[in-house]
Design a protein around this ligand. Structure first.
Ligand code: AMP
Length: 393
């Protein structure tokens, strides 16, 4: 287990807290969704209430190592002022004189928010000089930015090596929940995977084959697996260069006695369009002139049967083109079924999370993972640089 903020004394100490304030902004610089700020509040409030002098840092967008006010964290500072009663200062130059000066003067229970870390090239290059400058402002380092834990950047890795460190609540929950689910699942353990491409999830499939009892595969990636087994796939999304790999995975599943389930019927269309009509095609074969855009009712039943028995479920990726209303049913029905599971459920990926929210089922899910790329890396069995660098308790 990684050291968390529960394990450290922060009273009167300068704590450098890395968060993910990479919020979406409209063209006038207004925040259009403040979820990431809200998600960071429990750790921020806890550290402040325990008397920390809090220096908060984050990236926003891709300013490519240059000052560019389009990517300034000023809108975030303003939002924090609305949300917290504590005094908040803004460090205009990240690690420059202004920030250093304000960090020195900071009192217990006050916040210094630094400007966008990526205004300095050293951030993404994990430059040790930049890391040292960041570290020089603080006594302790806390990482609560799970969404960037797979990045080898100065504020994630470099600085963590230079200071006593810990993970925040968000990061601790993400890492400890996902890892304990993979390592100690109640069985049956069912994975549901979807999304566009086999290539994006191939390592996830390979790692999960070692852990789960059943894998249900839908979405665009399913048709490469079906083609690998000799089914007709029409004009469906296919990655021909992954056919051999798909074949090997199917064989590996057989060897490991893992049930690997693919669509046995589909909803298809003649064109890839939001207004395309859904044509139900019985059987796994897709006719020559059609594109499979969603799993059919028999497949929903097949996957649901596994989910009804499951005690642990991991779900990542839509089972069809969820953005098109006529092809969103598969994803929604599976989302509903997962919400009914009496056991541990872990959901990740933008579309899967959106489906759960849309159905009002968020409270029925044990853990909704906010870190897209980072949670996929954990499911792949990779050790995230930002996690590895934090000391164990
Ligand atoms: P990912 O980011 O890998 O989770 O993939 C999400 C994308 O997969 C969404 O934009 C879906 O529209 C797309 N997708 C899901 N099913 C299909 C399908 N059968 N054909 C083409 N794209 C799909």
């Amino acid at each position: 287990m990684k050291r968390t903020i529960e394990d450290i004394d922060v009273k009167g100490k300068r704590v450098l807290l890395r968060v993910d304030f990479n919020v979406p902004l409209d063209e006038n610089g207004n925040i259009t969704d403040d979820t990431r700020i809200i998600n960071a509040l429990p750790t921020i409030k806890e550290l402040l209430s325990r008397g920390a002098r809090l220096i908060i840092c984050s990236h926003l967008g891709r300013p490519n190592g240059e000052f560019n006010m389009k990517y300034s964290l000023i809108p975030v500072a303003k939002r924090l002022v609305d949300l917290l009663i504590n005094k908040i200062y803004f460090g205009k130059d990240v690690v420059g004189a202004d920030a250093q000066e304000k960090a020195k003067k900071l009192n217990a229970g006050e916040i210094l928010l630094l400007e966008n870390l990526r205004f300095f090239k050293g951030e993404e290059q994990n430059d040790m000089e930049f890391a040292k400058q960041l570290a020089s402002m603080a006594d302790i380092y806390v990482n609560d930015a799970f969404g960037t834990a797979h990045r080898n950047h100065a504020s994630i890795v470099g600085v963590a090596k230079l200071l006593p460190n810990a993970v925040g609540y968000l990061m601790g929950k993400e890492v400890n929940t996902i890892l304990s689910t993979l390592e100690n699942p109640q069985r049956p353990f069912v994975a549901v995977l979807g999304g566009a491409k086999v290539s994006d999830k191939i390592y996830v499939v390979m790692n999960l084959l070692k852990k789960v009892d059943t894998i249900c595969i839908g979405g665009g990636m399913a048709y490469t697996f079906l083609k690998a087994q000799g089914y007709a796939v029409g004009k469906s999304m296919i990655e021909d260069e992954k056919l051999e790999l798909a074949k090997n995975i199917i064989e590996e599943a057989r060897r490991k006695n893992v049930k690997l389930l693919l669509p046995i019927d589909n909803l298809c269309a003649s064109v890839f369009s939001p207004t395309a009509k859904a044509v139900r095609v019985k059987g796994a074969n897709v006719p020559e002139n059609l594109i499979a855009l969603d799993i059919g009712p028999k497949t929903i039943k097949l996957f649901s049967k596994e989910l009804k028995k499951a005690k642990t479920v991991i779900w990542n990726g839509p089972l069809g083109v969820f953005e098109f209303e006529n092809f969103s049913k598969g994803t929604e029905k599976i989302a509903k079924q997962i919400a009914k599971v009496k056991g541990k459920t872990v959901v990740g990926g933008g579309d899967s999370i959106a489906a759960i929210h849309r159905l009002g089922k968020s409270k029925k899910i044990t853990h909704i993972s906010t870190g897209g790329g980072a949670s996929l890396k954990l499911l792949e069995g990779e050790i995230l640089p930002g996690v590895a660098v934090i000391d164990n308790v």
